[in-house]
Design a binder for this molecule. Structure first.
Ligand code: PGA
Length: 238
């Protein structure tokens, strides 16, 4: 199945890899065969500068994992879009389910962060997805509709569908389940949609082969160049 744009494979490092590990990873990534896909890495804030420098003359982009809606202010622990841009960061993830679950991120704050990041010229991967209880209660579409309602289509915006029950659990959504959710998301917002949740070298190709899966947001399996590279090549072949 051919799609009208290249797949994007994004590696979400979460709270892994300080600057020295990031430098070693990026040096190895530069030499890896990544196939014909767009590739980005999303290091923690402390390693962004190292990653930008290490990947400067490559096609690999560097994204942050979050970004505040104000340019500056009394917001202890937060980082703004202009600060990320000054570092040479290309975009940011917003609204990851771990932010929603553990750090009080709401649909409203996600909407504000996304709008500010886009207005500043960053690319954004906005994350949506239902919990296991919501899926079992038949609420998946309502949850996605509510999470997407705070977003507006934009050339620099991508959605990541990450069912919470599949993140870090080894329980990947079947390609059919993911495809169904992606098609529903696209019926509400006409944007590329990445799949996230236990993407691994073994399942990347069948997920990427689905018509409405435009790439992957990879957590655990992105921390190792060999498995991340295998995922990139698998998505490239589909
Ligand atoms: P996982 O994480 O691949 O480790 O399940 C995905 C994510 O949280 O983006």
């Amino acid at each position: 199945m051919t799609k009208d744009h290249r797949s994007l494979i994004a590696g979400n490092w979460k709270m892994y890899k300080g600057p020295s590990e990031a430098a070693a990873f990026c040096a190895e990534l530069r030499e890896a065969d990544l196939g014909d896909v767009d590739v980005v890495v999303c290091p923690p804030y402390a390693s962004l500068e190292t990653a930008v420098r290490s990947l400067a003359d490559t096609e690999i982009g560097v994204f942050a994992q979050n970004c505040h809606w104000e340019r500056e202010g009394a917001y202890t622990g937060e980082v703004s879009a202009p600060m990320l841009q000054e570092l040479g960061v290309y975009g940011t993830i917003i609204g990851h389910s771990e932010r929603r679950q553990y750090f009080g991120e709401t649909d409203e704050s996600v909407g504000r962060r996304v709008a500010a990041a886009l207005a500043a010229g960053l690319h954004v991967i906005a994350c949506v997805g239902e919990t296991e209880a919501q899926r079992e209660a038949g609420e998946t579409e309502d949850v996605l509709r509510r999470q997407l309602a705070v977003l507006e289509a934009d050339d620099n915006l991508l959605i990541a569908y990450e069912p919470v029950w599949a993140i870090g659990t080894g329980k990947t959504a079947t390609p059919e389940t993911a495809q169904e959710a992606h098609a529903f998301i696209k019926s509400l917002l006409d944007l590329p949609v990445l799949y996230g949740g236990s993407v691994k070298p073994e399942n990347a190709a069948e997920l990427a082969a689905q018509p409405d899966i435009d790439g992957a947001l990879v957590g655990g399996a992105s921390l190792d160049v060999e498995s991340f590279g295998t995922i990139c090549r698998a998505a490239s072949d589909s």
